[in-house]
Design a protein around this ligand. Structure first.
Ligand code: ZN
Length: 199
């Protein structure tokens, strides 16, 4: 489990007086958002100022909340462009970003600027799209982060560790926001089997 290198200004942690970047990534149903919410709640308990952002595109649940599949939730601000986060982050200590894969590629610069200002950034997002390709700004974010946590769901066909978000519909749009009846988590073997049979 991830343990914060420094929480609160009175702590003499290894990263005192500096910002840093954490990325939580993995396939759908891996618990990324639950982990994001867990870390943000710990920062709130430590009396830090926390701001949370998500792209406007994710409308699957309540607009102003980051909500995980197990329905834990936390208030967030939906924004259209990554640059909006720079303007809205204000004097927060911790900035959370959910569904980061849907943001534009400027998100990497935005995150770097905020970390350089001394903020802690916690970013959650899908590592791969339904075709198994690296998703949006996530590869670059993983490269610049101090800490990367990969979380894994369980393959619903065989019980192994899953890495793919397999789409059950024939929809070719990359952005079909996730629901349980649209995607299934699959391991490498089961994903390759299902791709073979769909050709
Ligand atoms: Zn499997």
């Amino acid at each position: 489990m991830f343990v914060e290198p420094n929480l609160g200004s009175k702590n003499k942690g290894p990263l005192q007086n500096t910002g840093w970047v954490e990325v939580i990534t993995g396939a759908m149903f891996s618990g990324k958002t639950e982990e994001l919410i867990r870390r943000l709640n710990r920062a709130i308990i430590a009396r830090q100022k926390v701001e949370i952002f998500k792209p406007v595109i994710d409308k699957r649940y309540h607009d102003a909340y980051v909500v995980s599949h197990n329905e834990t939730q936390i208030r967030s601000t939906p924004v259209n462009f990554s640059q909006d986060i720079l303007l809205l982050a204000g004097n927060s200590d911790v900035v959370g970003i959910d569904e980061a894969q849907f943001f534009d590629h400027h998100l990497t610069e935005v995150v770097t600027k905020l970390a350089d200002q001394g903020k802690r950034l916690i970013i959650a997002g899908l590592d791969m799209d339904y075709l198994g390709k690296p998703f949006g700004p996530m590869p670059a974010l993983m490269a610049i982060a101090e800490f990367v946590t990969k979380v894994h769901p369980i393959c619903i066909r065989c019980g192994a560790i899953a890495v793919y978000s397999h789409r059950l519909t024939k929809d070719k749009d990359t952005v079909v926001v996730g629901e349980k009846d649209v995607y299934e988590p699959l391991c490498r073997t089961c994903y390759n089997d299902s791709e073979k049979h769909s050709k």
